[in-house]
Design a protein around this ligand. Structure first.
Ligand SMILES: O=C(O)c1ccccc1NCC(=O)[C@H](O)[C@H](O)COP(=O)(O)O
Length: 209
């Protein structure tokens, strides 16, 4: 299976186009005002208008009101949303968008509630006071390819140097990275992006052999 790749914290068109040229599957746009990677909805919308088809745009929200999510996701042309705060998992059913629901690694989950939920996938991240984007990996033995029958997107401190090992060990549906491919918050380093994608593809190819 090809591991899907989401690059999170896109704020600039050139970074979005560089990631897409490398074949990534999804781009994350952070609409939480306190994030170092915050992007205004109109700026995100202008970036999205310049993307080729078949790239999933994901709006990242932290404890936002439903009407705000609908308005922002609409204006910025998001195709999916990521709930990355303290939202209950039942909140996923309130949206017509596919929803990535953040789980904190190491916390006790109510697997039955997760299985019943309308989450499309679980983004498994390092617990962090900054909510996300902290660049700190967690113990991957806490991760699995699926949780409650839904795909897992592995996040938290992934870098070009460690992502191959993470993919080999966890075999997640996808991987997600923000800080590990940056030169500064919100500014992607295109060389790190290329090495990240290559490391994932190398790990995929090893599994196929
Ligand atoms: O990236 C942020 O600044 C951020 C802030 C608040 C909530 C979520 C945030 N990012 C969401 C992501 O999906 C990140 O890619 C994920 O947390 C992993 O980040 P990193 O450890 O920097 O790769």
């Amino acid at each position: 299976m090809r591991t899907r790749i989401k690059i999170c914290g896109i704020t600039r068109l050139e970074d979005a186009l560089a990631a897409v040229a490398l074949g990534v599957d999804a781009l994350g746009f952070n609409f939480w005002a306190q994030s170092k990677r915050h992007v205004a909805p109109d700026v995100a919308g202008q970036i999205v208008r310049r993307l080729p088809p078949f790239v999933t745009t994901v709006g990242v929200f932290v404890n936002a009101m439903r009407f705000e999510i609908f308005n922002v996701a609409g204006e910025a042309r998001m195709q999916a949303i990521q709930l990355h705060g303290d939202e209950p998992v039942g909140e996923c059913s309130q949206y017509s968008f596919p929803v990535l629901y953040r789980l904190r690694a190491g916390e006790a989950w109510d697997e039955a509630a997760l299985a019943r939920s309308q989450a499309t996938a679980f983004l498994l991240d390092t617990p962090s006071p900054a909510q996300g984007g902290a660049g700190v990996p967690f113990d991957w033995s806490l991760a699995r390819p699926e949780i409650a029958g839904k795909p897992v997107i592995l996040a938290g401190g992934l870098t070009p140097e460690n992502v191959g090992e993470a993919v080999r060990r966890v075999r997640p549906y996808g991987v997600d990275v923000a800080s590990g491919v940056e030169s500064s918050p919100g500014v992607k380093d295109h060389e790190k992006l290329a090495r990240f994608v290559e490391a994932v593809r190398r790990a995929d190819a090893e599994e196929e052999r």
